[in-house]
Design a protein around this ligand. Structure first.
Ligand code: GRF
Length: 217
């Protein structure tokens, strides 16, 4: 007798997370997967920084965690091939960049075309591109006099922060904001936006049409 539950339930998608820092977005993704809110599981975490706290978070959650040291490889291509190899070995369906500070090479971009997401702590296409990461983003937003900021989840292409936008969440910029207070307000929204975008991907509801990501109901 076939088991109706396993027949109807779709297999969770397998996520590989690349993170260079604290990993609070990684944590939000892990928590949402574990709670069954999104049909996905984080199967591997890779960091380019040896002591990234993201690696600790992965280990605590029982997820295989790898530090890949650029210095162990003769060139960028070999470094990117090593990362692509780990993703392949773990049968990753979706790559999620969560505070990953290195540019991806074609060795990763090509096999995972339209299957790589990133989160950025501003409303792209403003305040993105090379150099716009960490406090620099929020400093620039405050200096520009913007009344709103937020976060953007987007697919990744060959250049920093330019791929098709999946979803955005807004927050106000307050008159007395510092880069730290604004970052904290944005980060809260990141922890909602990233799992939401991954959930939509897992449900097969994202379609890229030109530069637009159409979300089907
Ligand atoms: C986040 O602000 C994200 O938008 C940016 O890097 C930061 C990573 O934070 N890409 P965390 O490591 O997930 O806490």
């Amino acid at each position: 007798m076939p088991n109706l539950h396993t027949m109807s339930a779709k297999k969770p998608i397998r996520i590989g997370v690349l993170a260079s820092g604290g990993g609070s977005n990684l944590q939000a993704i892990i928590v949402n997967c574990a709670a069954g809110k999104i049909n996905a599981q984080v199967v591997v975490v890779i960091s380019s920084i040896a002591d990234a706290y993201a690696l600790e978070r992965a280990k605590k959650a029982g997820i295989p965690a790898f530090f890949v040291n650029r210095k162990d490889f003769p060139d960028k291509s070999a470094f990117n091939r090593a990362i692509a190899g780990i993703l392949r070995e773990h049968h990753v369906d979706l790559v999620a960049l969560a505070g990953y500070l290195r540019m991806l090479g074609p060795e990763i971009l090509e096999p995972y075309r339209n299957r790589i997401m990133n989160i950025h702590p501003a409303l792209l296409p403003s305040f993105g591109g090379k150099g716009f990461h960490g406090p620099a983003v929020h400093e620039a937003v405050i200096e520009s006099g913007e009344k709103v900021s937020g976060c953007t989840v987007h697919f990744v292409d060959e250049t920093y922060d330019t791929g098709p936008i999946i979803l955005q969440k807004m927050v106000p910029v307050l008159d007395d904001d510092t880069p730290e207070t604004l970052a904290a307000r944005v980060l809260e929204q990141e922890h909602i936006a990233y799992p939401e975008a991954i959930g939509l991907f897992a449900e097969g509801r994202l379609k890229i049409v030109g530069r637009r990501v159409v979300i089907s109901s």
